[in-house]
Design a protein around this ligand. Structure first.
Ligand SMILES: [Zn+2]
Length: 254
């Protein structure tokens, strides 16, 4: 039941994330004006504002001026729905953690796409995540996990800060601030999740970087945004790969 409800919630949140992804980099309000066609300015009718279905109903074109509507809108909605359903499955035994991880999922999807679009992780989204997630993790009432989240946030923030200072250009300060959030959300689960999440971020980033250079789509100096890889790495660990990290930590302790 929780995964199904999560999926429906995700579809609705995904619709809002489209607005966030489009407007936040432009410095516009995410609440007003209501959704409208960027080509002709006509307001989106409520029945066409239904996630995914609205776009299908319109066959990807504005009802008024028939200019194409990007397939990215229904894709973001569908992906958010799937992500929220997966979070529901993953935390079915610890429902108190659902609000925090649903928030982190929505934040991650919006930040990854904004970083790909404009190579920026807006402060206006990353910084509020610290107090919001602190409050949402506080309701989990799991003191050990909460302490681990705090230590994980500081540890990953400091590690990324050290890299950013030692190798200027390798990553931006936006990545450093995001690292603190990722440190908290992975470490709340376990130290293994934190280690695997951080490691996979670098691994995915390096793999895609090598592929882009090999395909001559990017030079060695081309800035490939790192934020999306950090987020995908963290979620791969949270949704299961972190267990491998815990196994490894148990092995080395022997
Ligand atoms: Zn239009």
């Amino acid at each position: 039941m929780i995964p199904v409800l999560g999926g429906l919630l995700g579809l609705a949140i995904g619709s809002f994330l489209n607005v966030v992804i489009h407007r936040v980099p432009l410095g516009l309000s995410v609440v007003s004006p209501a959704s409208h066609c960027p080509a002709c300015g006509a307001a989106v009718r409520p029945r066409h504002n239904v996630p995914v279905l609205g776009w299908l109903l319109l066959r990807g074109r504005c009802f008024d001026c028939h200019s194409p509507i990007s397939a990215r809108y229904p894709l973001v909605e569908a992906c958010t729905g799937i992500a929220f359903a997966l979070v529901g499955l993953r935390f079915v035994d610890s429902p108190l953690a659902l609000p925090a991880y649903w928030w982190f999922a929505g934040l991650g999807i919006a930040l990854a796409l904004i970083d790909l679009d404009v190579r920026r992780l807006p402060n206006v989204m990353v910084l509020p995540a610290y107090p919001v997630l602190a409050v949402l993790l506080a309701i989990t009432a799991a003191p050990d996990a909460q302490l681990r989240a705090l230590v994980g946030a500081v540890a990953l923030f400091v590690a990324f800060l050290a890299i950013a200072v030692a190798a200027p250009g390798a990553m931006g300060f936006g990545d450093v601030k995001l690292a603190g959030v990722i440190g908290a959300m992975t470490a709340w689960l376990s130290w293994g999740t934190l280690l695997v999440g951080a490691f996979l971020g670098f691994l995915f980033g390096a793999l895609v970087g090598v592929i882009l250079i090999a395909a001559r789509r990017a030079g060695r100096r081309t800035a490939v945004p790192f934020g999306p890889f950090m987020i995908i790495g963290a979620w791969t660990a949270i949704l299961g790969a972190g267990l491998l990290g815990d196994q490894y930590l148990m092995l080395v302790r022997l």
